[in-house]
Design a protein around this ligand. Structure first.
Ligand code: ADP
Ligand code: MG
Length: 698
């Protein structure tokens, strides 16, 4: 049996394989492209394509695909085989540089949010050499960006790469001011912690709601939920352990640094965290991880649910986006340094993040807005929909000292006039980890915790990188023209703290009093739902920032607004349709069958002895009959609400109708169904219950 180091990355065309299979010249040119973005000539592309194909074929691949991330949120691939006919009637395996660099899938069936109307239907995919090619099944997957012929981004990778470039450019300007001329590139890194549920596949097959929508739309609260808090970090059950072992092996073969796994708070809920990597690669790897999680589950007779809220009443699933900025020389810019100079630089980057998060609260909220995530944000489990920053007591004291222009902790004032001599080491305090904060400083990185479990991390990082790039740009513009660098720096840091301290909150984010204080006293934004948040994507300040930083064109932003809302509407409409269908064809008939049998039982008893009152049967039949009447009425109302959504003329109007009417009617239909479940004999209930689903995997 191979050891992990022996098979790690065995399905990846990584640096080791490149070195071994490419000539020295070709390898050097390719490295230049990967590291510095240098243009790739066709000769090199041909050589790389041939090496890639030979390597892939030797590993059993027969096809290749340009693997990309359209705005559906999942990944897309169209497989072409390597075969080409040879004159003798056989085939040879062929793959050219041209095919490696560019593909032309028909773009017309991918969401384009109106871009298609104004531009050509065709799109093209372009190789992203910064992310390694890999083999999945029998296919060589080539990570690519996906654009329209007019050059508009139709995917999530293109703007992500643009945002990384924007941040790098501005950060380098700042570093130069601090005398750091050797840095060529600044990169953001991300370690996404991924939560998920595992349920039994046979049970899954019996629930149309989970099959069609990824979540339960019905289900009474089980006698036991998560109240004992006995699942978190608990002993992993054998079936789950076997799953995790298999999953790790698959991920490791793909060069994904799966590192930590444990049970989460809710029963049947688990988490997987990789070691962090460059944002672009972390994004590709997280998409792959989600896909492999589902595939491996199936092999184990399980289903992996990535939905944000598969079960009402128990915690939903999120994704923590651990984010930091580092230079190509290996310096983490969010790590406090040893000298006052390094500390000043750290404080400036810290301020850039604080300013960015405050100025673009709305964009961060928008970046995680989906129908699924609306169930979490604002409930008592995930961070609230209000964005705020947690700094922790120590760093907060430093910030306060700077604002008041007093020395921190008795240290004497320094040359840098920052009130800070040597910064304390910000060890993350495990006892005081504020899990309720949407955006927490955790020692040398920030943890953005609002992402939903099924979100692509691209969206959040596009906004985060762009907003921070904007802060840095403003700082660099000022500092480059400052008469006295140190005085300006000091003033700017102080001003940032003064202007933006209202976004800093170190208390309990789940507290209702916080939401009140945040919105009423501090004036922070609280966009509770996707339709509340999305229109602000097109606010002038947001458009200006994103266009100026070359992240999105105005047309691209409009298209993203349309696509996101359209996705919200479609998601909830499918849920509502599924509910009407299940209520009418499964739940009501089951209750009727049970009632009929109760009535029969009562009649049989009466036949034996006329004086038996049959109170139990009578009361229950009456109660069940009331439920079926309500279910029938509420199903009809939900159907009407669906018609109201369909009658709206714009996607904005549709989304508002979904939020204000459809979701309300869905709750109203669910209530009598769940109530009926609690008084209906289990053998009549048409599908597995919450208890079965949550405790069914051993
Ligand atoms: P937890 O938050 O669950 O206690 P950790 O803080 O150890 O766990 O790590 C969570 C994630 O943060 C991991 O994916 C880890 O690789 C990532 N991480 C650690 N350091 C950094 C960093 N400097 N930049 C980005 N991500 C990081
Ligand atoms: Mg964490």
């Amino acid at each position: 049996m191979q050891t992990v180091p022996e098979y790690f990355g065995s399905l990846v065309f990584d640096d080791r394989v490149m070195k071994a299979t490419l000539s020295a010249d070709v390898y050097c040119s390719l490295k230049k492209t990967i590291d510095e973005g240098a243009e790739l000539n066709i000769g090199v592309a041909n050589a790389v394509a041939t090496a890639m194909k030979d390597w892939a074929v030797a590993h059993g691949a027969t096809h290749y695909t340009h693997w990309f991330q359209p705005m559906t949120g999942i990944t897309a691939e169209k497989h072409d085989s390597f075969i080409a006919p040879s004159p003798d009637g056989g085939v040879i395996m062929e793959f050219s540089g041209k095919e490696l660099i560019k593909g032309e899938p028909d773009a017309s069936s991918f969401p384009s949010g109106g871009l298609r109307a104004t531009f050509e239907a065709r799109g093209y995919t372009a190789w992203d050499p910064t992310s390694y090619a890999f083999i999945k099944g029998n296919t060589l997957c080539i990570p690519t960006a996906f654009c329209s012929y007019g050059g508009e981004a139709l995917d999530k990778k293109t703007p992500l790469l643009r945002s990384m470039e924007a941040l790098s450019k501005q950060a380098i300007r700042i570093l130069k001011l601090f005398g750091n001329d050797s840095v060529k590139c600044v990169r953001t890194s991300v370690g996404p912690e991924q939560e998920y549920f595992l349920i039994d596949k046979d049970m899954y097959e019996k629930r149309r709601d989970i099959r069609f929508t990824g979540r339960t739309l019905f289900g009474a609260k089980p006698p036991k939920g998560q109240e004992m808090e006995d699942h978190y970090f608990g002993v992993i059950k054998p079936r789950v352990e076997a799953y995790m072992k298999d999953l790790n092996e698959e991920l490791w073969k793909l060069g994904i640094l799966a590192k930590t796994e444990h049970n989460e708070v809710a029963p049947a809920q688990h988490e997987l965290a990789p070691i962090y990597s460059t944002t672009n690669i972390a994004t590709d790897h997280n998409q792959l991880t989600m896909e492999i999680m589902q595939k491996v589950a199936s092999k184990h007779g399980l289903v992996c649910l990535l939905h944000e809220k598969p079960f009402a009443g128990v915690n939903g699933s999120g994704k923590h986006n651990n984010w930091s900025i580092a230079t190509d020389t290996g310096v983490n810019l969010l790590s406090p340094g040893e000298t006052p100079y390094e500390n000043a630089q750290f404080l400036l980057f810290l301020c850039a993040v604080i300013k960015a998060v405050d100025d673009y609260q709305d964009l961060l909220r928008i970046s995680v807005a989906t129908a699924g995530n609306d169930h979490r944000l604002g409930a008592n489990e995930a961070p609230p929909a209000v964005v705020s920053i947690f700094l922790g007591d120590e760093l907060n004291a430093v910030i306060e000292a700077i604002e008041k222009d007093v020395a921190y902790n008795g240290s004497t004032k320094t040359k840098m006039k920052l009130g800070v001599d040597v910064l304390p080491k910000f060890n993350r305090d495990n006892t005081d980890r504020n899990r309720t904060s949407p955006f927490a400083f955790t020692g040398n990185k920030f943890e953005f915790r609002m992402l939903g479990s099924s979100n692509s991390i691209a969206c959040a990082n596009i906004m985060l990188n762009s907003a921070v790039a904007e802060s840095l740009k403003i700082y660099a513009d000022r500092l480059e023209n400052a008469e006295d660098f140190e005085t300006s720096l000091h003033e700017m840091i102080r001003k940032t703290i003064k202007d933006h301290k209202h976004i800093i909150f170190n208390g309990n984010g789940y507290d209702d009093s916080w939401i009140k204080a945040a919105t009423e006293e501090r004036g922070l934004l609280n966009y509770r739902t996707t339709p509340d948040a999305l229109p602000h994507l097109l606010d002038q300040k947001n458009v200006k920032m994103l266009v100026d930083q070359h992240i999105f064109s105005e047309a691209e932003l409009k298209s993203r607004y349309e696509i996101t809302l359209d996705n919200y509407v479609k998601t909830v409409v499918i849920e509502a349709e599924t509910m009407v269908n299940m209520a009418r064809t499964e739940i009501a008939p089951a209750i009727e069958r049970y009632s009929a049998d109760l009535a029969k039982a009562a009649a049989a008893k009466k036949a034996v002895c006329d004086s038996i009152p049959c109170t139990y049967e009578k009361e229950l039949v009456k109660q069940l009959s009331e439920y079926t009447d309500i279910i029938a009425a509420k199903s009809a109302e939900l159907q009407d609400a669906l018609a109201a959504v369909a009658a709206c003329t714009t996607v904005g109007e549709q989304a508002d109708t979904v939020r204000d009417i459809l979701l309300v009617k869905m709750d109203e239909l669910r209530a009598p169904c769940d109530a009926a479940e609690t008084v209906t004999s289990k053998e009549y209930w048409p599908f597995p219950t919450y208890g079965d689903l949550l405790f069914g995997v051993r």
